[in-house]
Design a protein around this ligand. Structure first.
Ligand code: KG4
Ligand code: ZN
Length: 344
């Protein structure tokens, strides 16, 4: 059994966790930065990097204290090395490098997207490769065939905004605050999803790519018209996102008959309407549906430690000269798509 320290700092959550190769989460600690960024209505990279510097050392200490272990007990140190806001990524990666050097432990540079992609296997021991993953977060909206550790085939991605970004922008337009996803979901509960016929961009198109920019513009126009209740706007927007995600995921499933399960991960996977629609889609295809628990869907360090554990078991460690990457596609062979997001 291996014990892995995981560190996450690629966006606006600072996190540290201790996870074993047999799926015990000995500690997972997280410090959000919402209060720092709320006045600006979005994440400010420089403020995020500074906040990571302050929050990370005490979080790592707290994780060791909670787990009742020390650095010498750890088998490897895994940190997010990209993609993300580069200042924050560097804070976590440099911390991990310093600890790895001081304690003479291997370093594992983890792709944040791989953290999300493998997180369902931490929660669900029976989940086997290959599975179809809908990875939907604030910076990404992708359909990936997860074939093994480090083996990903990207079937589709967003050609403009990510779904989480669309939720965040809609929340801002509706005056619902930041972060937007949970706020829009809450407002939508009292609204009519059929009140406004928002567009479903790319629905029915031949490749399973996504687009949300046109939907966002339609929300802007509907808000400006001033004829609709906030709850109806939120519910109709959410219904459009659900339809787009389901339509594109249905197409992807048809392209990969080898997939053994449909899995959703990333912050937007916390949304209950999206979860239940995906569950229905999986059911209709005779496939099991899996979604990690909510806390494991949004950014956290347990998923980074777990990706580290999977890489460690496969003999994949990295040198202390590993360079942090702002962009780092999981499937380098997938053709570049215009406007695909940079954060994860
Ligand atoms: O994966 P994540 O924690 O961070 C990265 O983007 O890497 O995802 C955050 C995104 C934000 O855009 C947030 O608004 C969205 O996930 N989100 C949600 C919900 N909870 C978080 N979107 C829709 N419904 C939710 N309940
Ligand atoms: Zn993320």
């Amino acid at each position: 059994m291996a014990l892995i320290l995981g560190i996450e700092s690629s966006c606006d959550e600072t996190a540290a966790a201790l996870v074993t190769s047999d799926r015990q989460i000995l500690a997972h600690k997280l410090a959000g930065q919402e209060a720092h960024h709320r006045p600006f209505g979005g994440v400010v990279p420089e403020i995020a990097a500074r906040a990571h510097v302050e929050a990370l050392p005490p979080l790592i200490e707290a994780a060791f204290a909670e787990a009742g272990v020390s650095l010498s007990d750890v088998d490897a140190i895994a940190a997010t090395a990209g993609p993300g806001l580069i200042g924050g990524v560097m804070v976590g990666l440099v911390t991990a490098k310093a600890m790895a050097f001081a304690a003479n432990k291997p370093l594992i540079a983890v792709n944040h997207l791989e953290g999300h992609a493998l997180s369902p296997r931490l929660a669900q021991p029976t989940l086997e490769f290959p599975y179809l993953l809908l990875l939907t977060s604030g910076g990404h909206c992708q359909l990936l065939l997860v074939q093994g550790v480090g083996q990903y085939r990207r079937l589709g991605t967003t050609i403009d905004d990510a779904a989480g970004e669309a939720f965040d922008k809609t929340a801002k337009l509706l005056g619902l605050g930041f972060p937007g996803g949970p706020a829009v979901e809450a407002a939508a509960r009292d609204g009519d999803p059929k009140a406004i016929a928002f567009p479903r961009p790319l629905r029915g198109s031949a490749d399973p790519h996504f687009s949300f920019a046109g939907l966002k513009s339609a929300v802007v126009r509907a808000v400006e018209a001033g004829e609709h209740q906030i709850a109806d706007l939120a519910a109709s927007f959410q219904a459009a996102v659900v339809d787009c995600l389901i339509d594109r995921t249905r197409l992807a499933l048809a392209l990969v008959p080898e997939a053994t399960a449909l899995v959703v991960a990333g912050g937007v996977a916390a949304n209950q309407s999206i979860r239940s629609a995906l569950m229905g889609l999986a059911d209709g295809n005779g496939l099991p549906f899996m979604a990690p628990p909510l806390w494991l869907c949004t950014d956290n360090a347990a998923m980074i430690a777990w990706a580290g554990a999977e890489r460690f078991a496969a003999g994949l460690t990295d040198g202390l000269d590993f360079v942090a990457k702002a962009r780092w596609p999981l499937d380098p062979e997938a053709e570049a798509v215009r406007g695909a997001g940079v954060k994860a």
